[in-house]
Ligand binder design. Sequence first.
Ligand code: SF4
Length: 233
Amino acid sequence: MEPVEILRAMKSALADGEETALAAVEERLRDPFAVLIATVLSHRTRDERTSEAAMRLFERFRTAQELASADETEVEGLIRGVGFYRNKARAVIKIAKEITNKHEGKVPRDLEGLLELPSVGRKTANCVLVYGFGLEAIPVDTHVHRIANRLGLAKTRTPEETERKLMEIFPRDIWTEVNDTFVMFGKKICRPIGPRCLVCPLRGTCKYYEQVGSGKQREREVKGEKDNQDNKK
Ligand code: SF4
């Protein structure tokens, strides 16, 4: 299957209307600064908690200037539902200060500028490009890295290598769709532990299923048959 067909099959396997926390923030706030801060909040945190915390924070502090002068304890209280909320409160205030002081309150529109901000790595920067500015980029998190490798679209050791590979194999005009689709697919079907291969439309093309998944599945089927026979004895 061609990479584009794989992406289409993933999309059709997902129920309509499902989206990641970042897509939800983008949809509701349409603001690169909100996307940047929500991405920082999302690290090691479930989607629902990320969106809730981000919305609470932005109801109180709408701009980089406002957040730059926020009280850290108050920010902690607003984002308490997310993992490492104390560190993240400190980080988002620091980012807001940097944007206010060095970028006239505006989020940089390019990868290099974004990477210079504190606590902003490649994945976060690419998320801001895609969800904040609608620019072509492929943010690679653990879901994207894992699925690309399981499917055999990439054979890479780091997310950065995966990013390069995916940029090579997907046409540029669909780069912005890759992250959201892979992330949702990774949450619903190709889960980190216990991938749902039996309901996956990509079973026939998946390297992981060919090498590992189908073997495990056969073991389960054989065990099931044996258990049935034992029960009948
Ligand atoms: S067949 Fe299994 S491992 Fe492969 S993509 Fe589908 S869910 Fe993931």
